[in-house]
Design a protein around this ligand. Structure first.
Ligand SMILES: CC(C)(COP(=O)(O)OP(=O)(O)OC[C@H]1O[C@@H](n2cnc3c(N)ncnc32)[C@H](O)[C@@H]1OP(=O)(O)O)[C@@H](O)C(=O)NCCC(=O)NCCS
Length: 232
């Protein structure tokens, strides 16, 4: 499902079940030892999704351990992101320089009080307008999911926390896209300060999925005419 909102350079594997043949690689089991069965199941299936996505990207299967802030540790030259929620697990992987963040949530309104904690007033105003025009979409949950996808792309680039109030999201209901403007200074990336992310979203199968994929800067455009005197 989530591949619909990612560029073709990002390889994806997702599933709506926990396959019985999914296995953990050395070192991974220790990360979830002693946790609830549900946590072990989502972790195992998502690691399996990650290795299947890696295979699609031409990357050999390896253990994917977790860093000190929970981030998945991809092999050198690989970027990626993992998400899981009730009834859905997915991983997205790319060997292109850049950043990927994906998130999936149930297509249900947020519990009371959560929206206020994860949004800024400008976003809440936007949601009121969207809800008036498209009342069947859980816009508050969609905003939350977009912010989590942004965080998952932000973290490997910046190496630090980004608060829910540190970015403001603009959702486009017609195009299924969003823009996240950073309200805090971002790291330098591709020679420029990072100021935001572009993302896409979809709903279906009882889920909301969001994705951010920041590709490398495009190669410089060659001059239309060779400079005068250029023998080529
Ligand atoms: C980390 C976080 C984004 C995970 O989202 P979630 O909806 O709770 O859970 P999901 O199932 O979608 O994603 C979990 C996966 O995120 C990944 N993840 C966790 N921490 C991460 C980090 N710092 N950077 C990148 N990815 C991370 C992991 O792969 C994790 O799965 P795993 O533990 O099985 O490996 C969320 O718990 C969180 O801490 N959010 C606060 C920060 C934030 O969202 N800021 C908004 C800025 S606008």
């Amino acid at each position: 499902m989530i591949e619909q909102i990612l560029p073709v350079t990002v390889k994806v594997f997702d599933t709506f079940t926990d396959p019985s043949d999914a296995v953990l690689f050395p070192g991974e089991a220790a990360l979830v030892r002693g946790t609830a069965a549900g946590r072990r199941a989502e972790f195992t299936t998502a690691r399996d999704c990650a290795r299947r996505a890696m295979r699609r990207a031409g990357v050999a299967p390896v253990p994917i351990l977790s860093g000190p802030c929970g981030e998945p540790l991809w092999p050198p030259g690989v970027v990626g992101s993992i998400t899981h929620c009730a009834g859905y697990r997915a991983a997205a992987v790319s060997v292109e320089p850049g950043a990927v963040g994906i998130d999936a949530e149930p297509d249900l309104p947020l519990p009371p009080g959560v929206l206020e904690a994860v949004s800024v007033p400008r976003e809440r105003e936007m949601l009121l307008g969207l809800a008036a025009r498209h009342p069947r979409t859980s816009w508050d949950r969609l905003l939350f999911s977009a912010k989590e996808a942004v965080y998952k792309a932000w973290f490997p680039l910046a190496g630090r926390w980004l608060d829910f109030q540190d970015a403001v999201i603009g959702l486009d209901a017609e195009r299924g896209t969003f823009r996240a403007e950073l309200l805090v200074p971002g790291p330098r990336w591709m020679g420029r300060p990072l100021t935001g992310f572009n993302g896409r979203w979809r709903t279906g199968e009882g889920l909301i999925v969001t994705a951010v994929a920041a590709p490398a800067a495009p190669p410089p455009v060659p001059p239309a005419h060779p400079p005068e005197g250029d023998p080529s």
